[in-house]
Write a protein that binds this ligand. Structure first.
Ligand SMILES: *Cc1c(COP(=O)(O)O)cnc(C)c1O
Length: 410
């Protein structure tokens, strides 16, 4: 049943996360529903980058590697992210991109299971996950990628599987896997499980320890609000840290980088999955985003997200019926932090919405995707967004939008 404006305003007034909105610099007149692709700018990130550039770089110069904690940042920010995803200190480190981290961990995992040559994943997984898996299979003798639909994964875990590689919450549908059950099923056949948390970290509850997870990677610029191209993170459960070795053996993964020894000897801990020099400016922005996420009570976040996504689905379906929008996101059951609808004219509809200040995104071939971020969106925003979608569909205003141009960022 559709709510009226007073009812959603009452929800906002009672929302314990309401104050977080002021921590973000959002342009006026915009309802930002694309935090699943690029999180909004935390005001503290602007200050952190300014400080890092002017004081630490400008004045401190090379001394800042020690004095400003630059060298320690990958581990320090990793330990903070660990708290968001149910990992222990020393199990997460910030490094490289999600794609590169997938590569490092997938190769390390398969090398640790030399009698098992299959990487099992699902068709329609995020492209980089599939491509990296294909690249790893090309690299390692006899390795191969096998894809089976999400519902059949447990049954496809045969003894030749060395690595189960899944995205926890799907980038298009927001369908969310049962990490605990699938990890246990992978372990039953002797495989390791590698979870991509790009659409989970900072968005939905994740407990890597409780799930018995082996390996994970995730993105810094989505729900962690680390800024465009923010460095990513990786997780290796403590019990695997002595046995898994990164195939990208760079000097910062060495046990003693500043010994400048000729031969590689991996660090004892999670640092062995570092490769080269940390991206200090990106880390400064990411740390500010992560600090905000750490301040938000996890149960309040989960509650608001569930309620907001439910409200959005109800309002859009109630106000847009008859226009051919089809819900792609699970109506019941575990879902992530965005809501997707399919529509054959999805691209032009999204362009018309963006022109009206409602920023979501479009995913091929026909998906309108709306990210719902409890830290900087309120119930009234979601309710107004549904009204804008109805307006664009009722008036047919999307017909004025040009068709899509291949190759552009959508
Ligand atoms: C966004 C996303 C990535 C991004 O990888 P990059 O290396 O940062 O480009 C990877 N995997 C998934 C599932 C994602 O959603």
């Amino acid at each position: 049943m559709s709510l009226d404006r007073a009812a959603v305003q009452a929800l906002d007034a009672a929302d314990p996360l309401r104050p977080f909105r002021d921590r973000f610099a959002l342009p006026p007149g915009v309802i930002y529903m694309d935090g699943n692709s690029l999180g909004a700018l935390p005001k503290a990130a602007r200050q952190a980058v300014e400080r890092t550039v002017s004081q630490e770089w400008g004045a401190g110069l090379i001394r800042s590697w020690n004095d400003a904690g630059w060298m320690a940042a990958p581990r320090r920010v990793g330990d903070k992210i660990a708290r968001l995803v149910g990992a222990a200190p020393g199990e997460v480190v910030v490094a490289d991109s999600t794609s590169v981290n997938l590569f490092k961990l997938a190769v390390a995992a398969l090398r640790a299971r030399p009698d098992r040559r299959v990487i099992l994943t699902e068709p329609g997984n995020f492209p980089t996950d599939l491509y990296v898996a294909q690249g790893v299979a090309d690299l390692l003798p006899q390795a191969q990628v096998r894809t089976v639909p999400a519902a059949d994964i447990a049954g496809a875990l045969t003894p030749d599987v060395g690595l189960l590689l899944l995205t926890h919450s799907h980038y298009k549908s927001a369908h969310t896997h049962d990490m605990t059950a699938l990890t246990a099923a992978a372990h039953d056949v002797g495989a390791l499980a590698l979870w991509d948390l790009s659409h989970s970290a900072g968005a939905i509850p994740v407990d890597l320890t409780a799930a018995g997870a082996d390996l994970a990677v995730g993105c810094g610029y989505k729900f962690l609000n680390g800024g465009p191209g923010a460095p990513a993170f990786l997780y290796v459960a403590r019990r695997h840290q002595q046995t898994l070795v990164s195939p990208l053996m760079g000097w910062l993964g060495h046990a003693a980088p500043f010994d400048f020894a000729d031969d590689y000897r991996p660090s004892d801990g999670i640092e062995r999955f570092l490769c080269g020099t940390p991206p200090v400016l990106g880390l400064a922005a990411l740390e500010a985003g992560v600090d905000i996420a750490l301040e938000a009570p996890a149960d309040a976040l989960a509650h608001k997200l569930k309620r907001m996504t439910g409200l959005f689905i109800t309002e859009v379906e109630a106000r847009c019926s008859g226009h051919g929008l089809a819900l792609v996101t699970p109506r019941h059951g575990p879902r992530g932090s965005h809501v997707s609808f399919a529509h054959p004219e999805g691209y032009r509809i999204m362009q018309a919405l963006i022109a009206r200040g409602l920023i979501g995104d479009f995913r091929e071939p026909d998906i309108l995707r709306f990210g719902l971020t409890p830290l900087y969106l309120g119930y009234e925003d979601v309710w107004r967004a549904a009204g804008l979608i109805a307006e664009v569909l009722d008036t047919g205003a999307w017909r004025d939008q040009p068709h899509r141009i291949a190759g552009r960022v959508t």
